[in-house]
Design a protein around this ligand. Structure first.
Ligand code: OOB
Length: 542
């Protein structure tokens, strides 16, 4: 089994500890401390439960024992694919307590993606709900089990059928391991994946806890905060910016909202007196629209965070008047760096920038194509390193070669500029992914799937601006023989076992890609040309 590693240069590790960023805390220790401080306080509310800190702690310990008794051993990796529910927290803290390593996947992922995560992480376990959103995850588990023979244990939250129900885990008196080293990898996150398939992101206890502890402080979280996870909770934004873990750290209440649509979310805001939540821009637009005619009382909402994709300043300006709360922009990435506008910032900074980093020791470089720093205030590529930004992906030397500079900076692929106040404004992106309402889609990954269709000679997938989604995906396809039906191509992609958000929104057929250029062009240039050609054609048609 490939060891999980994430290391910073020794002198920086020493510095980060000296400065009190890395405090030697562990993920399970965060819950243990909170439960000791306020055992009877409500910790989490979801459609499946309403538990105090004591109850959450007990449930997590019971799950930890059960997993060990079922045959898992500390260090084993377990893919977790649970929706927003209270059990998410008991399961994840249970894994931490047992020294097991969660690999966080989204509910939208399907067999191709799950098999990729299982193989990449060499996971032996997989935890799913029975059903969610009209989809049977046990069916999915059956499919991946056939594909990945190293998968030994499937656990189900709910009706288990032939698998092991999480409530039926053996309750024996097994010994639990001692706490892991705070420098060790606590879990694996999934990258947005700008090239090819998603990569695995090893985050350590020390670095991740620093990021959500400091975030909780920046966002003014206190034990009185009621934080609602509206976005899928396995995503880094609702998980740690400051998210559910930040809320547990300060002893606040977590509300697991089963769906981010305004009807459901407003109901939960009223019922639990939610004070803080986070959204991607398209959902923020929807909520602003719905707020005017809702009969729910959402007046408890104090802070709305918006991030994951660029929030247009015009929309940002309307948040306070429509939702009657404060706005905070969040620009972050699962690899580490997170920027926030601060709650006491002047309105212009809050509406027009994507904030500044969490840490005084987040290093920011804005460079040109040659890697040279651009003059102050000019746009360039954002590079970063710091106390909670990874130095390497898991077991992927070629991705690491591309994504990190020799001196350890992570190439974010984002094009930004810095304001005189030191705030970042996201201006675009260098990488070839589509940011569809905050969900990142790799052009290359979808092209590869399209090319597997017998009626496709060549394909190029690009991002097209979309008034609601921010960006949508458009696949340019050169047919091999008769043109396949659009619906057929979309069904084909679905049939490849991919998340629904990766199915191209639009398909445009072309006879050839070389209309403007003589000779061979790189795929990157090709995608750019096709995108521009389509946009100018659409402009002419308006
Ligand atoms: C968050 O994380 P990821 O890993 O899904 O995606 C990161 C990428 C960034 O590199 C950037 O391209 C884009 O998403 N992004 C934004 C943005 N926030 C993220 N682009 C423009 N404006 C923003 N506010 O998306 C994520 C992780 C933690 C907190 C918030 C978002």
């Amino acid at each position: 089994m490939q060891p999980l590693r994430q290391t910073w240069p020794q002198h920086l590790a020493v510095l980060y500890r000296e400065k009190g960023y890395w405090r030697g805390e562990t993920m399970f220790g965060v819950l243990r401390t909170a439960a000791a401080a306020a055992p009877d306080k409500l910790a989490v509310v979801g459609t499946d439960g309403r538990w105090t800190y004591r109850e959450l702690h007990e449930r997590a310990e019971r799950i930890a024992r059960g997993l060990i008794a079922a045959g898992l051993t500390p260090g084993d990796r377990v893919v977790v694919q649970l929706p927003n529910c209270a059990a998410f927290l008991s399961v994840v803290f249970g894994l931490f307590r047992a020294g097991l390593i969660p690999v966080f996947s989204l509910s939208a992922h399907r067999e191709t993606e799950i098999a990729h995560f299982l193989r990449g992480a060499e996971a032996v376990g997989y935890i799913v709900p029975d059903r969610h959103g009209g989809f049977d995850y046990r069916e999915l588990a059956r499919k991946v089990k056939q594909q990945v023979t190293t998968l030994r244990h499937v656990f189900v939250v709910g009706e288990a059928e032939e698998f092991i129900g999480l409530d039926d885990l053996p309750a024996g008196e097994v010994a639990l391991p001692v706490d892991p080293s705070p420098e060790s990898v606590a879990f694996l996150q999934i990258s947005g994946g700008s090239t090819g398939l998603s990569k695995l992101i090893p985050r350590t206890h020390d670095d991740y806890i620093y990021s959500f502890r400091a975030s909780a402080e920046i966002c003014g979280m206190t034990p009185d905060t009621v934080f609602m996870a509206s976005l899928p909770v396995a995503h880094n934004f609702p998980m740690s910016s400051p998210g559910i873990f930040g809320a547990i750290y300060v002893g606040a209440r977590v509300v697991m909202c089963p769906s981010p649509n305004p009807e459901t979310a407003f109901h939960w805001i009223e019922k639990e007196r939610v004070t803080m939540t986070g959204l991607v821009p398209p959902l923020a637009l929807l909520w602003m629209q719905a707020a005017g005619r809702t009969t729910f009382d959402i007046s408890s909402l104090d802070v709305l965070q918006v991030g994951g994709a660029k929030f247009a300043p015009e929309a940002a300006r309307r948040v306070s008047s429509t939702l009657r709360c404060r706005l905070q922009q969040v620009f972050g990435m699962a690899e580490g760096l997170v920027n926030y506008t601060r709650l006491d910032d002047p309105e212009d900074l809050v509406t027009e920038t994507q904030g500044r980093p969490i840490s005084p020791d987040d290093e920011i470089l804005i460079v040109d194509d040659m890697g040279q720093p651009v003059p102050a205030g000019e746009r360039g590529l954002l590079l970063t390193r710091g106390p909670y930004t990874i130095r390497a992906y898991h077991n992927d030397p070629s991705a690491n070669q591309r994504a990190f500079t020799a001196d350890g900076y992570y190439r974010t692929g984002d094009i930004v500029r810095m304001t005189p106040e030191g705030y970042l404004v996201v201006e675009g992106r260098a990488g070839d992914h589509i940011n569809r309402a905050g969900e990142k889609i790799s052009a290359e990954e979808i092209e590869d799937h399209l090319l597997a269709h017998p009626g496709v000679f060549d394909a190029a997938v690009v991002a097209i601006p979309d008034p609601y989604l921010g960006e949508r995906s458009c696949a340019f396809v050169i047919p091999d023989g008769p043109k396949p039906a659009t619906a057929d191509l979309k069904a084909f992609i679905r049939g490849r076992g991919l998340a629904e958000f990766k199915v191209p929104d639009q398909i445009v057929f072309a006879e050839s890609f070389e209309t403007t250029a003589v000779g061979k062009v790189s795929r990157k240039v090709l995608r750019q040309r096709l995108r521009e050609a389509l946009l100018s054609r659409e402009q002419e048609e308006v």
